[in-house]
Design a protein around this ligand. Structure first.
Ligand code: F6R
Length: 608
């Protein structure tokens, strides 16, 4: 969701800005722009893709300044057009701003400035910040910024240029991600690491309401009282190729194929030689684990789907009651929380606004928060009492794949650890489950090799407009994730349904040629699911069944069958999702969709 880059150096800024923005494309955007200080601040903006912006930049001469900011915009306030895209310039042309987030009180501020004679050009909330900054400006950018921050409400990561200070770029953030990249004779700001990775591996993470002043040879960090702030330098540990496509047509396919390796890292690093789970260095004590009364899992989207599966797994293994909430609901519903509850938040990006707010709500109620996060050093990771990283490496495609898989892996590890501490499973059963966990990466790898078969199946079914994915128990949870994959990247309407619920209404939608995918991996529920498939077949649907190896009798009722390797019933979601990711991917390809950047979607949802 919106990408910010900024550059203070000794070489032309524009090439860095355009390349940096291209590395942030995955976040989702519908217009883009850059501003470079030359003899004055020069701005080039364009609706559409970065290629359109590059074409415009090519027509502008003397865009060779060494200080600049850039932005990819995901429209919130006002249509995605040239005027509403960032950077926004103040009426005098002195101030230029890029912004990620939402200024909640922009309307009264705008009215106030208009009453003072300021003329606005765009419909955006961001322009208010540029105009307010210019309005308050009396020669010192930091004093001005502190005054502006005192007036604006909401979330923001801001990059600011002022033509009176041609050698400095100023940045600040609150509830919206921003990193400060540290180069040799140049420094950068960016919403995310891939934008600067070609130039540096070292960066600072700004905390809320900290200000960064970047010049070619220095970076200064200040708090709102203008006191210096010290931060450790983070160093990116993953290889730069991890953020590149590596020969695949789309990041999504690369990330699907990376799942076995990601799972091996995530699981392997948390098992001792004796096969015991060690959960990094978490603060949660064994005593606290023994006393947990209830677990609240809070997340959004696919991470919430991982939470649904987690409920089945954790309750079964530990007998701790688990509630799963959408973060956007949890934060406003006044949840009933007790001190010996545990809140688990799940987030790939670690920046999802609703999940972050839910986490704060839990902590404000003295509930210990353990977060499952992929992005190291992200806001959710930093604000949690404990964090378990999924170690999946950077995920660039908007639709999550390896992020989701590794979230499940961490959930299994948590459940095993808690079960061992609370003695809710016999040692032999823990051993059996641990071995099944160790086997998962190889089994996932075997499934990724079904690539071609899934391609054919998807191509044959790519004209379907409605797809129902049904399952019972854990399979219902897995169906939700499969359905979202199909919806978000191929734009095929799809619904996940608890198979037992079909008869209560939805079955009326099933007709000749409807596509139904039936997930039936749970031994205890298998026959019931097969009966559901028979009912659906009788109404003319085309049925693809996903079952465990050996369940060949389903071939008599389903039109096509996908077999997953045999695993413990508690872990099947990790396997059923693989063919469904591939199926969704190939349906999207067959329908000519931009797999990595689905329409209207953003990778990191940093606003409510
Ligand atoms: C779907 C998808 C989203 C995210 C959701 C939460 O493929 O990726 O539904 O799961 O936006 O994002 P994170 O995990 O970053 O909090």
């Amino acid at each position: 969701m919106c990408g910010i880059v900024g550059f203070a150096g000794k070489r032309p800024a524009a090439p860095f800005l355009l390349d940096g923005l291209s590395k942030l494309e995955y976040r989702g955007y519908d217009s883009a722009g850059i501003a470079v200080f030359c003899d004055k601040i020069r701005t080039v903006k364009s609706q559409g893709r970065l290629a359109d912006l590059r074409a415009k930049v090519d027509t502008v001469s003397h865009l060779d300044g060494t200080l600049g900011i850039g932005h990819t915009r995901w429209a919130t306030h006002g249509a995605p057009n040239d005027i509403n895209s960032h950077p926004h310039t103040s009426m005098s042309g002195r101030v230029s701003i890029v912004h990620n987030g939402i200024i909640e009180n922009y309307i009264p501020l705008k009215q106030e400035l208009e009453a003072a004679g300021v003329v606005f050009r765009s419909e955006t909330d961001t322009e208010v910040v540029a105009q307010l900054f210019d309005y308050y400006y009396e020669g010192d950018m930091i004093d001005t910024l502190i005054r502006v921050i005192g007036r604006i409400r909401g979330s923001y990561a801001l990059g600011i240029l002022c033509s009176d200070h041609p050698d400095q770029l100023v940045a600040v953030r609150k509830d919206s991600p921003l990193i400060i990249g540290l180069g040799e004779g140049e420094n950068y700001i960016a919403s995310d690491i891939p934008a600067v990775l070609e130039h540096t591996r070292d960066y600072y993470l700004l905390e809320d309401n900290e200000i960064a002043i970047l010049k070619a040879d220095s970076v200064e960090l200040l708090d709102l009282n203008k006191n210096p702030v010290h931060h450790d330098v983070y160093t990116v540990t993953y290889d730069i190729s991890a953020a590149e496509k590596g020969g695949y047509e789309y990041f999504m396919m690369k990330e699907i194929m990376e799942q076995p390796r990601a799972m091996r890292t995530c699981i392997g690093s948390r098992l001792t030689e004796n096969g015991e789970v060690k959960l990094d260095k978490i603060r949660l004590t064994e005593e606290q684990i023994r006393n947990i009364g209830r677990i609240h899992i809070v997340a959004c989207g696919s991470a919430w789907h991982a939470g649904i599966v987690a409920k089945y797994v954790i309750e079964e293994m530990t007998r701790i009651p688990v509630e799963v909430d959408l973060a956007s609901e949890f934060r406003y519903r006044r949840p009933i929380l007790s001190r010996n509850d545990l809140c688990i938040t799940i987030s790939q990006s670690g920046e999802t606004a609703d999940t972050l707010a839910a986490l704060r709500e839990a902590r404000a109620n003295d509930v210990h928060v353990l977060s499952i996060v992929n992005a190291v050093g992200s806001s959710i990771a930093r604000e949690s009492d404990d964090v378990l990283y999924t170690m999946a490496g950077p995920e660039i495609a908007v639709a999550t794949t390896k992020g989701y898989s590794t979230q499940l892996a961490v959930i299994y590890l948590i459940a095993l650890k808690f079960a061992a501490i609370r003695k809710t499973l016999k040692p032999a059963r823990i051993q059996e489950l641990t071995q099944a966990l160790i086997n998962l990466p190889d089994q996932i790898e075997a499934l990724t090799k079904m690539d071609q078969r899934l391609r054919e199946m998807a191509t044959e079914n790519a004209d379907k407009n409605d797809v129902f994915i049904i399952g019972r128990g854990i399979d219902y949870g897995a169906s939700m994730e499969s359905s979202l994959k199909l919806k978000e990247i191929s734009y095929v309407h799809s619904e996940a349904y608890a198979a037992g619920e079909l008869k209560h209404g939805t079955i009326s939608l099933i007709e000749d040629g409807s596509l139904v995918i039936a997930v039936a991996t749970q031994d205890a529920l298998y026959e019931k699911l097969v009966s559901n498939v028979k009912e659906i077949k009788a109404r003319g649907a085309h049925v693809i069944a996903i079952v465990k190896e050996g369940c060949t009798d389903v071939e008599e009722v389903a039109d096509e069958v996908i077999y997953i390797p045999s695993t413990d019933d508690l872990y099947t979601s990790s396997l059923t999702v693989i063919p469904m990711q591939l199926f969704a991917y190939y349906v999207a390809i067959a329908r000519g969709c931009d797999v990595d950047k689905p329409r209207n979607l953003a990778k990191s949802v940093t606003v409510e």
